[in-house]
Design a protein around this ligand. Sequence first.
Ligand code: GRF
Length: 272
Amino acid sequence: MSGFDRKLRLAVLISGGGSNLQSMIDRSAAGELAAEVVVVISDRPDAYGLVRAEKALVPHFVVDYGSHGRADQHTVKTEVPGLDLEELDRTQKILREPDREKRLRRLTRLVSAERELISTLDRFQPDFVCLAGYMRLVTPFFIHHYKTDGRWRVLNIHPALLPAFPGMHGYEDTLAYGCRWGGVTVHFVDEGEDSGPIIAQAVYPIWPGDTLDSIRKRGLQLEYAVYAQCINWLAQECVRHDSLQGLTRIATITDPAYPSIVRGWVEMAIAR
Ligand code: GRF
């Protein structure tokens, strides 16, 4: 059953446990998500999220980045047919490797893997690609493939209050810094790492005596709620893309219920 007129088609990219994926699958089945997960891709064959996809009868695939060359492989060509690699290097902000040759080699390998990703994903015609614990950097080649009508279509959930603590260890960094509040962020993915336009954020308290495990548990509950709400806002066309200095940097939520939804998140996080 579904209380929504139109369901978005979501592709979900994972690398691990896939509890965010599970939340999307469950909420979709319960009619609480204006979307359905139509395909799951993992970069790791042992990701438990693949088992979740299998159980939910969602088509799932593995893209083996290793088969697209290795970091130390100097024989990897620094060219991709039909693509201006130099231009891609100019627009990307994910690889900071100062050695140009090494950087181009890495970009080549990433783009080659992304071509495989795209050819699989596009068979399922996703409206949005949701990164959910996907431990790979995606290049502008991938992002721009899905940037149609000037709109970003790749989303990510990050376990910190961006722009604080980007990178792989959001919960660890938040706790180690001694923050009294942690946060989660759902954002569009742009050319940088965890730097795209923010759709929504929510915070949870960090109490004396909290551990990494306890804050992760609290934060994950919030992640599920915020990611689902952002997808619903996208389905309801409640996310406006605003420009700042000519760049589409700001995503504004136009849902009149926005303040009460945010209040609900904070109350939920404090109550846990
Ligand atoms: C989540 O904390 C997410 O924010 C981060 O990776 C973790 C994935 O968890 N990007 P799961 O695989 O969804 O359980």
